[in-house]
Structure formats: C-alpha cells, structure tokens
Design a protein. Sequence first.
Length: 280
Amino acid sequence: MEDYSRAIADFSKSIDISASSLSYNSRAYCYMLGPKDYVKAIADLDQAIGINCKDADSYYMRGNCHLLIKNYAEAIQDYNMAETLQFADIFNLYLQRATCYSAIKDLDNAIAQADRAIEIKPNDASIFNNRGWWHLEKGNYAKALSDINRAIELDPNSERSANWWDSRGWYFYKTSEIQRAIQDLSKALEINPNIDAAYEIYCHRAQCFLAVHEYTKALPDLDRALQLNSAYAEAYYYRGQCYMALNQIEKARSDFQSCISSSNDATLTEKARLEIGDLK
C-alpha cells in the first residue's frame, strides 16, 4: 500500500506540473490497485478521457471501476466505447460486459457476450461454466448441462473447477436429481474447501439435504456457511426451516429474523416473514 501511496503522490506532482492523459490514467490505476478507491479512479479517468477521448484503455478501466461499484449501466457504456475504439483485450471485455448483463438479469445479452468470448477462446472452461449458469437461470436445462459438462471436461480437477462442480450440482438440484447434486457439491468442496464461494456451496448442499428431509445433515452445512459469511441471509432462512422441521421453534424464529435483517432480497424477506407467521 505504501508503494501505491508514493506512486499516487508522484503522479499527482506530475499532474500539477503538466497534466496528461497518461498521468491521470496511471494515477487511476494506482487508486484501483492500492486503496481500491474506485470513485477517485473514475474521477481521474474522466480527466484522462477529457484530454484524449480516443483512448480505449481509459474507457475499459473506467468500465471496470463502474462494475466494481455496481454502476452496471455506466460500465456497459464504457465497455461499448472501448470496443468501438478497438480495445486490444476484447476477450476480457466480453467477460466483463457479460458480468454486467448478468448482474442486471439481462441473461440473453450475458449469454450473447459469452458466445462471442467462446469464439475467441473455445477451450476456456470458466466461460462455458458461466454461460451454463445463465442458461440454468433461464430454465434452459439442456443447454446448461451441455455447457457445464464441457467446463468439467476441459478442467476437471483444478481448484477453480470447484465452481463447475457446484454449477452441475445446482443443475441436478433444479432437476430434482438430489443424490447426484449432493455428490457434485461434495466434489466441489473436496477439490477446493477454501474457495471464495464455499459458503454458497455449503448452503446449496444443505438445500439438497432439506429436499430429502435430512435435517441433521443440513444443519452442519448451514452452520459452516454462516461461519464463513455471517451475513448470508439465505443460510439463515434455510437453517430456520431446519429448526422448524425439528420443532426448535425459538431457534427457527431467531434465524428467520436474522434472515430479514441480513437480506436485500424482498422475495426472501417476505418468505421469512411468512415463516415467522406460521410459527406457533
């Protein structure tokens, strides 16, 4: 962090002496990687673009900043401009733009971006997995399975492949093949128990156990999910369901209340409220 602070100070002096697109761009880069101050980075990139409106790199960097602070519409606009200006790393531009479309639930455009990325790198497992997940969200189960299977075929055992096994596990859950779902989700955790999304995978497996009424197996997974992410509203909700099924009413009530206080999802919040209303 200290090195970035020094670099920011040096670029600031350079800007004071003679501002240029490169100096603003470079300071923005430091803000992004050091203090992760994306607002200041955007301000610098605004200046860089004001000086040189034909610099594709500045638009791409600004798009990344907007993506990181969830300004998805602004990010898409910047990625579009970077593409128009023939940004060199078009593969990653497609990936970033797909992420934006996915975040705003425009899954058709997310899939279209993935199609274009696959044309460039047809052996990249991660983009097959992402496209498969988006097909799964749309209910295109055959296409989802085909893409996720391709991701597993391309990369079955690396640490990041835990994501593909999780995706296929969730596919099997959605298609009511619960034992196959549990196998794949367990495989994901076996391959990479420290994956960033481990709390979600534990919750996914718990939902499988819930589906077959194995509440005492679901509870440890939900406990682990909440150890990894104490603000994970869905884990509180499903643990509340477990406790309700086991007639542990006050624990269920507490978890449903924690779900409500942790959730930004109106649908999940309403479901938790209804569950509380059903408690005796």
